[in-house]
Design a protein around this ligand. Structure first.
Ligand code: F6R
Length: 260
């Protein structure tokens, strides 16, 4: 696991975009794992800008969403399918049929979850999985207590997550209680996991993820098992890290050929 502490979200976005750019140049039909929420927005802005400038071509790329609310009708403005279209995929030349998400409106949710796992597998797996982290340590919507080996399935949101996400809905009452999410095992299968976190409200979760024990109480700590995980944080989100100076030193002296 590599921890990179950067001054702010612009520098984080630039570094993630460099990694995605290198991936797409190496593998134009790469599979990107897409997170929603506030954390990746600067990354999506930077990718859209590079696309406008002709630097990035997504025409052969695929995208797989991490998660989706259960019970929002298709096309609901806060469904993650719609959110990702507004925030990212509608701003670049990725083919709409190449953007996939778990079906939170399926009648048979377990079958839809299995089909989603199969779709990721059939596409050859996720090359780069972008992640945010919840204040309770969730990644995707794997709330505390999630099995470290879990696959795509239904989960119940913790009230804190519903409150955190209420800012996107007219009222708290309208935030769904249930979601379908890639499991921790699914996320661990990605070839490169890139987690971005900014702001002091994420400091405890980032500490638990990087320096806490591997434990279901902090689902993101599962990334300690990932062979290639990059944790990109700003100073505020890094403020509880015990080994912050070591992470800075390692990054400052990293061989330039290594990339993220
Ligand atoms: C969203 C997702 C969540 C968010 C997390 C942080 O697809 O998977 O894990 O990344 O809730 O949300 P923000 O970035 O809004 O703080």
């Amino acid at each position: 696991m590599e921890v990179v502490i950067l001054p702010g979200s612009r520098q984080i976005a630039s570094l993630v975009s460099d990694a995605i750019q290198a991936l797409l140049h190496r593998k134009p039909d790469a599979v990107l794992g897409l997170a929603t929420g506030s954390s990746p927005l600067p990354v999506y802005d930077e990718l859209a800008l590079r696309h406008e400038r002709g630097v990035l071509d997504f025409s052969r790329a695929h995208g797989f969403l991490l998660d989706e609310y259960v019970g929002l009708e298709p096309g609901h403005p806060e469904s993650y399918r719609e959110v990702i279209r507004r925030d990212f995929t509608g701003r670049v030349n990725i083919a709409p049929e190449n953007v996939h998400g778990p079906d939170g409106s399926a009648k048979d949710l377990p079958a839809a979850c299995q089909a989603y796992e199969a779709a990721i597998r059939d596409r050859g797996g996720v090359d780069l999985q972008l992640l945010g982290i919840g204040t309770d340590g969730h990644i995707g919507f794997n709330e505390p207590g999630s099995s470290l080996a879990s696959r795509t399935r239904i989960k119940t949101l913790i009230e804190q997550t519903r409150r955190d996400n209420a800012r996107f809905f007219p009222s708290l009452a309208e935030v769904p209680h249930h979601v379908v999410t890639q499991g921790l095992g699914t996320i661990l299968d990605s070839r490169h996991a890139v987690l971005v976190a900014t702001g002091a409200q994420k400091a405890q979760a980032v500490h638990d993820l990087v320096e806490g024990p591997l434990a279901a109480i902090c689902p993101a700590s599962a990334l300690q098992l990932h062979p290639h995980a990059s944790i990109l944080v700003d100073e505020a989100a890094a403020s509880s890290l015990k080994l912050a100076d070591y992470y800075r030193h390692s990054y400052d002296h990293k061989p330039t050929w290594q990339g993220l």
